[in-house]
Write a protein that binds this ligand. Structure first.
Ligand code: HEM
Ligand SMILES: [Cu+2]
Length: 827
């Protein structure tokens, strides 16, 4: 087969449907990555327009441009859009587009999940846009502090839009994060050990792990607050045993890591692009990896520094203040590595480099003001002033937007296969840089003079007039610059000047594909022996196109790729992906029915949504099955591998593992909330408590443990070709028994509207009940599989997946019942 024929064959197998329909059925990561990026920039523009409205209102005293109600909506939506609908999705989009290419493979681990996440993002984001167009946008600030956001002080539907819309969008973050983890660990080019991974993959891996552990507290908080608003369960209401500080803890448990979730991918862009711009390799690879892992750990311990003014004990203040300054260390490690890289190389001032310089200048200042606000006495002075807003923009804009622009200019030729035409970008950069610093330098200043954040007007006597005007003028210069970048990008896409391959002479595999990248990325997969495969072997793209790597001969209609061992990158299994399907968009629309039902309080829609999603999910996992044993496949280079369904750790197992990490974090936060209220909130313990029953406790725990045990037996049985149905029957019974005990607990407990104790316990019990239901579905699925002939000693991977979930049920379920029953004991 010659190069062109191979390309035709592969493209026929991998391409999306032609035209309009292709958008809705594509599961290809390049398509979805581009869609993610374009959508996130759409939201960036919307957020930017809102920022202009804010600055227009603050440009002069007593401005009548927007009244307080509208102003509250504007700044809330600005913060919300920038954080949730622009920054995180932009990272997801970049990672989804880039990772398989940079790792030398053909797609992400779960192509259909990528699409599902994308549509959840679109639908959830649209809810917030609709709210804004109706003038019903959320208005309690992007951190939604209670009691400001509770049913008494924010009685309209506005806040519900935020809680429900954002939770919907978060599904996409969790989905993308799980799939980024699995793709990086298991879907790499053969030979790529962990130490040979491109540095961007490390950043993406750590960021994704942080999303999995950082977003669940916010999701939990949103659920609790929504339940409080809709049904009156008093989690955050002080008079009924709740505590609004619980919201702050949950929010900042998410919010502080969020800053690093935004910064780390941007730093990953810098670490990738900078060495190429300097015609050298990155120095301190190992140090950087250590630094980002350290940063991830540290950042979870720091949420308290957002609450310095809430009356925290002195010892804790000292501890968190010291720890907050410590974060500067791993950041400094990275900055030194970058400086060293520039020192070693010969920097060339192309467009990406310009934005990297903008990043350096801005981010370092943001870091310095960060150290200032980490000091408790200074923090008390500037708390909730424009100084904080200015600091956070130095970090977010400097630490994210500049690197992202650098990345855009770096990878745009890859996406389009074209050259830039005019020199618009250079001019735009200087407008952005100057505009930014004028705007936010002025805001530091006016903050020190006492201007609070989130005020819609001030008086001339305050003496802030001139500074605010300067700030507003700067912000308009800034936005003209951004508009020019967008124009530059659009002109670039239209330009007809094709580039040669690898215009920057980079060493990573993303530049070994054709540009624009074909639907299958690589005609055959490389064997990697170093961190810069392309620098070692400039002919690699040609030999890959000739099919000299792995999987060079397209077979049947299979979308084939390889799965490797986590540490060594040794090829381990042969993967066949599902093809284009509209299932993801349909499933996310049905998920939307669930969320809309909650939002509009039309509760009859909620069960429809749940049942619909469950049915579609069963269909989703059903269609990948097969009734014959897949033989070992020759994948080229003399290597023969088993199919993934014939392994114990199929992609689904790995995906489940990371979803369970997120799930366990959510559960942990729920237990934390219960303990927090019990020890801190006034009015505890409540007068009326749950009456414990050791029989229910024992039976329920036995059910949960029995399920896990039975599934292990079933796994052993399937492997040894023995009958599995008896063990599956036991597992099903166990799950039902456990579920019944949870239901009884919910039934017998004091009314959850009376006290935060019963309210929290109710959520715990529902969590148990939900997982029991999940287990029933999963075992039911296995039983159906067995009876329909989809399972054999070779095709057994689904058993391992369900067994993993059953293990989780055993642990979390037992804890639910233990906490529930023991909390009723009066000693
Ligand atoms: C395009 C240039 C931008 C300008 C001119 C701008 C301007 C502003 C201003 C003036 C405020 C204060 C509102 C108030 O206190 O009343 C604000 C708040 C905020 N901005 Fe920006 N911003 C920009 C970009 C960004 C970006 C890129 C992000 C994040 C990635 C961001 C995140 C936030 C957040 C989280 C808040 C706090 C909202 C709240 O307090 O509820 N901004 N912005
Ligand atoms: Cu923080």
């Amino acid at each position: 087969m010659n190069v062109v024929a191979r390309h035709r064959r592969l493209d026929a197998i991998w391409a999306s449907q032609k035209g309009f329909r292709g958008w809705f059925s594509t599961v290809n990561h390049s398509d979805l990555g581009r869609m993610f990026l374009v959508t996130s920039f759409f939201f960036f523009i919307v957020g930017g327009i809102l920022a202009m409205l804010i600055r227009a209102q603050l440009a002069s005293p007593h401005a009548a441009f927007a009244g307080p109600e509208i102003y509250n909506q504007i700044f809330t939506m600005h913060g919300t859009i920038m954080m949730f609908l622009f920054a995180i999705p932009a990272f997801e989009g970049l990672a989804i587009y880039l990772l398989p290419k940079i790792l030398g493979t053909r797609d992400l681990a779960f192509p259909r999940l990528t699409a599902y996440g994308y549509w959840c993002y679109v639908f959830g984001g649209s809810m917030l846009l609709v709210a804004m167009l109706l003038g019903l946008a959320p208005d309690s600030g992007w951190f939604m502090y209670t009691p400001l956001s509770n049913a008494i002080y924010a009685s309209g539907i506005n806040t519900d839009f935020w809680l429900i819309g954002i939770t919907f969008v978060e599904i996409s973050a969790i989905a993308a994060a799980a799939e980024i983890c699995v793709s990086i660990l298991k879907f790499r080019a053969p030979g790529m050990t962990l130490a040979k991974m491109p540095i961007f993959a490390w950043y993406a891996l750590v960021t994704a792990l942080m999303i999995l552990t950082g977003f669940p507290p916010l999701i939990l908080g949103s659920i609790l607050l929504e339940v409080e608003r809709a049904f009156g369960f008093p989690f955050f209401q002080v008079d009924l045993g709740g505590d609004s500080l619980l919201w702050q803890h949950l929010f900042w448990l998410f919010g502080h890591p969020e800053v690093y979730i935004i910064f780390l991918p941007a730093a990953g862009i810098v670490s990738t692009v900078l060495p190429v711009m300097c015609r050298t390799t990155l120095i301190g690879y190992g140090w950087i990896v250590a630094a980002i892992v350290a940063l991830a750990f540290l950042s979870f311990g720091l949420w308290v520094h957002h609450m310095f003014t809430t009356g925290i004990p002195h010892m804790a203040l000292a501890f968190f203040s010291a720890a907050s300054t410590l974060v500067a260390v791993p950041t400094a490690v990275q900055i030194f590595a970058w400086i060293g890289t520039m020192w070693k190389g010969r920097p060339e001032l192309h467009m990406p480099m310009l934005h990297i310089m903008g990043f350096f200048a801005t981010f370092v200042i943001g870091g310095l003001t960060g150290v200032m606000v980490a000091m408790v006495p200074f923090n008390w002075q500037v708390h909730d002033t424009a100084f904080i807003t200015a600091h956070l923009h130095y970090v977010l804009f400097g630490g994210f937007v500049f690197p992202v622009f650098a990345g855009i200019y770096y990878w745009l030729p890859h996406v389009t296969g074209r050259k830039r035409f005019f020199r618009l970008g250079e001019f735009a950069f200087w407008l952005i840089f100057a505009g930014f610093h004028v705007t936010f330098f002025a805001m530091h200043w006016v903050g020190l003079l006492g201007q609070r954040r989130r005020i819609d007007s001030y008086t001339p006597e305050d003496g802030w007039t001139l500074i605010n005007l300067i700030s507003s003028v700067g912000s308009f210069v800034l936005s003209i610059g951004i508009a020019m970048v967008l124009l530059d990008v659009i002109l670039h896409v239209w330009s007809q000047r094709r580039i040669r391959r690898n215009p920057w002479q980079a060493g990573t595999l993303d530049w070994a594909t054709l540009t624009p990248a074909p639907s299958y990325n690589f005609a055959s997969l490389p064997h990697v022996t170093s961190r810069d495969p392309l620098a070692d072997d400039p002919d690699l793209p040609v030999s890959l196109a000739q099919g000299k790597g792995y999987l060079g001969t397209p077979r049947h209609h299979w979308r084939e790729t390889l799965m490797v061992d986590v540490a060594t990158g040794r090829p381990e299994a042969h993967v066949i992906y599902p093809a284009n399907t509209r299932l993801p968009i349909v499933m996310s629309a049905v998920t939307g029915i669930f969320f809309l039902g909650l939002l509009l309080k039309t509760y009859w829609m909620v069960p429809i949504g749940i049942v619909g999603v469950a049915a579609l999910a069963l269909h989703w996992v059903w269609v990948t099955g097969r009734k014959d044993d897949p033989g070992a496949q020759d994948v080229g280079q003399g290597v023969t591998l088993p199919h993934t369904s014939a392994t114990d750790r199929a992609p689904g197992w790995w995906g489940s593992l990371f979803l369970l990490v997120a799930n366990a974090t959510l559960f942990g936060c729920l237990l934390f909330g219960f303990g927090f209220l019990w020890t801190v909130a006034p009015g505890w313990p409540p007068a009326v408590r749950f009456v414990p029953s050791f029989i229910e406790l024992g039976v329920g725990v036995a059910g949960a443990l029995g399920t896990a045990l039975a599934l292990r037996l079933a796994l052993a049985a399937v492997r040894n070709a023995r009958a599995t149905l008896p063990a599956l029957g036991i597992a099903l019974t166990g799950a039902l028994v456990f579920g019944a005990c949870c239901a009884i607990m919910l039934w017998r407990m004091p009314p959850p509207v009376d006290h935060a104790y019963a309210a929290t316990l109710f959520v715990l019990g529902s969590y148990g009940l939900f997982h029991a239901g999940l287990m029933v579905l999963m075992t039911g699925h296995l039983i159906a599989r067995v009876t329909q002939g989809y399972i054999s000693p070779v095709r057994r991977s689904e058993f391992a997946v369900v067994s993993l979930w059953a293990d989780y049920l055993a642990i979390s379920g037992s804890l639910v019942l233990l906490v529930g029953h023991l909390s009723g004991l009066t000693l």
